[in-house]
Design a protein around this ligand. Structure first.
Ligand SMILES: NC(=O)c1ccc[n+]([C@@H]2O[C@H](COP(=O)([O-])OP(=O)(O)OC[C@H]3O[C@@H](n4cnc5c(N)ncnc54)[C@H](OP(=O)(O)O)[C@@H]3O)[C@@H](O)[C@H]2O)c1
Length: 277
């Protein structure tokens, strides 16, 4: 069990991308306290309005922004506006999409791969850099990038997703080294399975499944403690070590024989509400 840590709740101004998604909504709800400003980015207006109402009811000052992160230039301009207006001390880059290559296809769809590369990698690392630029001048801040344990494996059925998360992980490591001397921390969040629309689409077992609310607590604690990397739940840390010990041929055999499918891929993943927030 994760216990509440008081210092996770003293943050004053927090920008969250993917705030209309399962993990993002849970994070917003977690941070929503009187005196706190929440800048919530997403695409789905109904879900953004819903989470904004909930957070305001907890006393937070909330602003929302509908934005498609495929447009990185627009995202950077929006960040500049929000930074000027609300000076976020914490930026959580959580928006993401996943795609699994269907068994009926020989490759992923190149258009989805491009979209995924923008949303999961190109725009988040650009926004992280924009946030760092501002935070370095203010001599402090926290940036979190939501990767995935998938980023630790070369998944043949999800080459674009796993590589986008691997790229984020590498960026987080390098950026942390670059910016820590200026008081800006970078935390890589690498969750296993969290019960959101994204994982609900998977057609495979979801071992050690966590609720978004629990995931939010773990993530908030890692950010508050300025951890470099937060891999959870813990069995995935153990798995990492074990997989590293395997001979390459065995590792590749296992990866090639994992049976993972997904329900229909949609541009807008949130037709169903997460009940577990
Ligand atoms: N759930 C898991 O098991 C799991 C495991 C490991 C890592 N993760 C990572 O955790 C993060 C959050 O995922 P989640 O589980 O909360 O998934 P989710 O419920 O599907 O939420 C995804 C969020 O990303 C936003 N998004 C997607 N495409 C976007 C775009 N083009 N422009 C702007 N926003 C966009 C969505 O906005 P709209 O809904 O408004 O379109 C939504 O807010 C992702 O980065 C994911 O890769 C999730």
């Amino acid at each position: 069990m994760i216990t509440e840590i008081s210092h996770t709740r003293v943050l004053r101004s927090i920008l969250i991308t993917g705030a209309s998604g399962g993990i993002g909504m849970a994070l917003a709800a977690y941070y929503a306290t009187p005196g706190c400003t929440l800048i919530l980015w997403g695409r789905n207006p109904e879900r953004l309005a819903e989470i904004a109402t909930r957070c305001r009811a907890c006393g937070a000052h909330v602003v929302t922004r509908e934005l498609d992160l495929q447009n990185g230039q627009e995202a950077l301009a929006a960040y500049a506006d929000d930074d000027k207006a609300y000076t976020p001390d914490t930026v959580i880059l959580g928006a993401g999409i996943a795609d699994i290559q269907g068994t009926e296809n020989l490759t992923e769809d190149p258009h989805k791969v491009f979209q995924l590369a923008l949303v999961n990698y190109a725009t988040p690392i650009s926004l992280a850099t924009a946030a760092a630029q501002a935070m370095v001048n203010r001599k402090g801040g926290r940036i979190a990038l939501i990767g995935s344990v998938a980023g630790f494996y070369e998944l043949p059925f999800a080459a674009s997703y796993s590589s986008s998360k691997a790229g984020l992980a590498f960026f987080a490591k390098a950026a942390r080294l670059a910016w820590q001397r200026y008081g800006v921390s970078v935390t890589l969040i690498a969750p296993g399975f969290v019960d959101t629309a994204m994982s609900q689409r998977l057609e495979c077992p979801r071992p050690f499944l966590l609720s978004p609310r629990y995931a939010a607590k773990v993530i908030a604690r890692a950010i508050a403690q300025r951890q470099a990397e937060c891999v959870f739940p813990w069995p995935f840390k153990v798995l990492n070590v074990l997989v590293c010990l395997l001979p390459k041929a065995v590792r590749e055999y296992i990866l090639l024989h994992l049976a993972v499918g997904q329900k229909e891929w949609k541009n807008e993943p949130h037709k169903e509400q997460d009940k577990s927030l």
